[in-house]
Design a protein around this ligand. Structure first.
Ligand SMILES: [Zn+2]
Length: 472
């Protein structure tokens, strides 16, 4: 096989960063894009969403998605708008959740462009959205559902198999079997944790010549903290003071994990059974999906929850309309409000924080990683005031932090890689900040004796087995 016929892999996004996950696989059979994520976070990263796609979008034959987080699927409406016309394969859970998050993302882009036009800060005149809600809805018609564990032929000469990743509902690792070079390539997607209370843990890898693994927590372990102790203490203490517990939480999956713990504590009588409000339209819709999947006995949900009504021990109210959300302001505690976004960078939780932070009867419970520079990070580090909606608010509420992350840590990433048998020829480490990826590369080398390197943005590598390389 000559070099230019070898199957190739190109890291477009998600290399040296935790967002914008996109990897191209080129074979003689055609071109597959693995994940189609949006760059998020710092402005320099977000601007990359506006750069031309590195290959003509119409030259991509199919997209495969690992899961419905925006940093893995949020560029899809843009790709379709730019001319991609092929199928997008994903699991049923991913299809359902993408149906919630992509239109929401389109709406946000439209709002941002509208705001830029009012304030007049855009370089474009008028400012344009990256894509609209209508673009997002159009892109959903490309989704095709695949089951877990059964190979699906994407193109003659390329099969794909989705395996559980235990990260959010629908989340999977994807294994590609390429006739070219007889190579098997496994993409981890985002890996979950075996302690996820609702989802089954990641499936083993099995056969793989090449593995592309995420490294979000490649340089740290989550630790053994007992989140329910802190939760119980905080909720009971706040209830005694007649206060309100505000929990900023990501709309998809993290909200369900928070509710699962609240439900368990209430059922065991460890906390008073307070009213719990989930205030985020997106979270409410995702909640319906999780509940339906548990009732229906989805193969991703832990068997002990099959046929059950989730969160039935708590007095749960889903708050969808903006009026009902505002009405919470005049409601007296004790109560719990779970609202997005998880790092208080935007969303309805901002209004609740602005309204409740100044009262020392109240509490804020942070439930995951808080990126530097976010309001969540300022709260975590003991800020005395917080800027929201154009003004500063004093912080007198009790702020606590627990770790409910469902993202695999360093040890769990290594445990998953260990399930590859025999050892892969090569591991590429992507989807992590530079230090996290470098740390995981070292750990893979030291603990597993596998060849590992950090993927570089834009880098192209061969996927065929080394033994089959032609003359140089
Ligand atoms: Zn994810």
């Amino acid at each position: 096989m000559s070099q230019n016929r070898a199957p190739m892999l190109t890291f477009i996004g998600g290399a040296g960063a935790v967002t914008g996950s996109k990897t191209l696989v080129d074979t003689t059979a055609g071109r597959i894009l693995v994940d189609c994520g949006l760059f998020q976070g710092r402005k320099a990263l977000r601007l990359q969403n506006w750069e031309p796609f590195p290959v003509p979008p119409e030259s991509v034959d199919a997209v495969v998605l690992t899961h419905a987080h925006i940093d893995h699927c949020g560029y899809l409406p843009r790709l379709v708008r730019l001319g991609f016309a092929g199928p997008v394969y994903c699991t049923e859970g991913t299809q359902r959740l993408a149906g919630i998050v992509l239109p929401g993302s389109g709406h946000l882009h439209e709002e941002e462009a509208g705001y830029a036009n009012r304030v007049g800060y855009s370089k474009h005149d008028p400012a344009l959205p990256l894509y609209t809600r209508a673009d997002a809805e159009a892109s959903l018609s490309h989704l095709k559902v695949v089951p877990f564990g059964t190979p699906r032929t994407l193109l003659p000469g390329i099969d794909a198999t989705w395996r559980r990743a235990g990260h959010i509902l629908g989340a999977s690792s994807i294994g590609l079997r390429l006739a070219d070079g007889r190579a098997r390539v496994v993409f981890s997607g985002d890996l979950g944790r075996s302690i996820h209370p609702l989802l089954l843990p990641p499936d083993p890898i099995g056969l793989a010549d090449v593995i592309v693994t995420e490294s979000t927590y490649g340089d740290e372990d989550h630790g053994e903290a007992e989140p329910e102790e802190v939760m119980a203490e905080t909720i009971s203490g706040t209830a005694q003071r007649g206060g309100v517990v505000i929990i900023p939480a990501f709309a998809v999956d993290r909200t369900e994990v928070v509710l699962w713990h609240l439900d368990r504590l209430a059922a065991a009588g460890r906390v008073p059974n307070l009213p719990v409000f989930v205030d985020s339209p997106m979270a409410c819709r995702a909640l319906d999906v999780y509940r339906a999947e548990a009732r229906a006995g989805s193969p991703e949900i832990r068997p002990e929850l099959h046929g059950k009504e989730l969160f039935s021990a708590i007095q749960l109210t889903a708050v969808v309309s903006a009026d009902d959300s505002k009405a919470l302001n005049s409601r007296r505690g004790p109560m719990v409000i779970v609202s997005a976004s998880g790092m208080a960078t935007g969303g309805r939780v901002i209004h609740h924080l602005a309204h409740r932070l100044g009262d020392d009867r109240n509490a804020v419970m942070l439930v995951g990683f808080q990126a530097p520079g976010t309001r969540g990070d300022a709260l975590l580090h003991g800020a005395h005031q917080l800027k929201m909606l154009g003004r500063y608010y004093p912080i007198r509420a009790n702020v606590v932090s627990i770790d409910l992350s469902t993202h695999a840590d360093r040890t769990e990433l290594l445990d998953w890689l260990r399930t590859a048998s025999p050892k892969p020829h090569q591991v590429y480490v992507n989807h992590g900040e530079t230090e996290a990826s470098a740390a995981l590369v070292n750990a893979i080398d030291e603990h597993l004796g596998m060849n590992a390197v950090a993927a570089q943005p834009g880098e192209r590598v061969r996927l065929d087995r080394p033994a089959e390389r032609g003359a140089p």
